[in-house]
Design a protein around this ligand. Structure first.
Ligand SMILES: CC(C)(COP(=O)(O)OP(=O)(O)OC[C@H]1O[C@@H](n2cnc3c(N)ncnc32)[C@H](O)[C@@H]1OP(=O)(O)O)[C@@H](O)C(=O)NCCC(=O)NCCS
Length: 203
């Protein structure tokens, strides 16, 4: 499969939702990203290695994966007041096979459990499958991260497999769960949602 797309459309800016807005990262956001990266609970939920990281390592990650012109990365802002709350990226873009991997970190703890991350995930999946025209979005998540798994299921991701006992955390081994969402499932789901919205709107 080839991506038949004008590169100018690869990075629409912003991507607006109801409660969150995705914008390209800016240089002055580095301190916030550094703080999230160093946050022990964020590390516990998202990384295999939870040891200390240097400023330089995070700066390299920030510049190469979030700020670079060709990075599929967006800062997550609240729509109400533009507060910066996290970051979300697509990686391992494989145009030939139409697939990409999804990642998200809402870094601000007080913004967990309010649906912001779930809406940002929907916007990024819509970008990958509707705008970029890809065929599938994959992700991986630790078994104990039940909020993330529930959030991904709400967007339409399905469990495809697991790497058993891949991560040692809090005194136990846990599986790394692999989830995926196909374009056909996404479009089917949104057709239903649109029809339901139309029906509801007619009343
Ligand atoms: C994972 C994340 C993206 C989810 O986004 P979110 O907006 O916080 O999620 P939601 O508020 O939509 O909650 C998702 C579901 O989890 C449930 N949930 C909320 N807090 C929970 C908790 N502490 N434990 C278990 N489930 C929880 C919610 O009730 C909701 O399910 P429901 O709608 O059926 O009730 C976000 O919390 C986050 O970035 N967390 C920190 C980093 C992280 O874990 N990243 C993912 C790595 S794979």
């Amino acid at each position: 499969m080839a991506l038949d797309l004008d590169p100018a459309s690869w990075h629409p800016n912003p991507i607006s939702g109801r409660r969150v807005v995705l914008r390209r990262h800016r240089l002055e956001q580095f301190p916030a990203v550094l703080r999230w990266y160093r946050d022990a609970e964020v590390a516990r939920l998202t990384r295999f290695q939870v040891g200390p990281v240097s400023d330089d390592e995070v700066r390299h990650f920030f510049q190469a994966r979030l700020l670079a012109a060709d990075a599929f990365a967006y800062a997550i802002h609240l729509a109400d007041n533009d507060r910066l709350i996290g970051t979300t990226t697509l990686s391992a873009l494989d145009p030939e096979n139409g697939s990409v991997l999804f990642h998200i970190t809402v870094g601000e703890h007080d913004c967990w459990g309010h649906g912001y991350g779930t809406e940002a995930t929907e916007l990024m999946v819509g970008h990958a499958l509707d705008t970029l025209g890809l065929h599938r979005v994959g992700l991986s998540v630790f078994e104990f991260n039940t909020r993330a798994i529930r959030s991904y299921e709400k967007v339409g991701f399905r469990v495809e497999g697991r790497t058993r006992e891949a991560v040692w955390r809090d005194g136990s081994f846990w599986d790394e769960i692999h989830m995926g969402l196909l374009a056909s499932e996404w479009h089917q789901r949104h057709l239903h949602v649109d029809r339901a919205a139309a029906r509801y709107g007619e009343r």
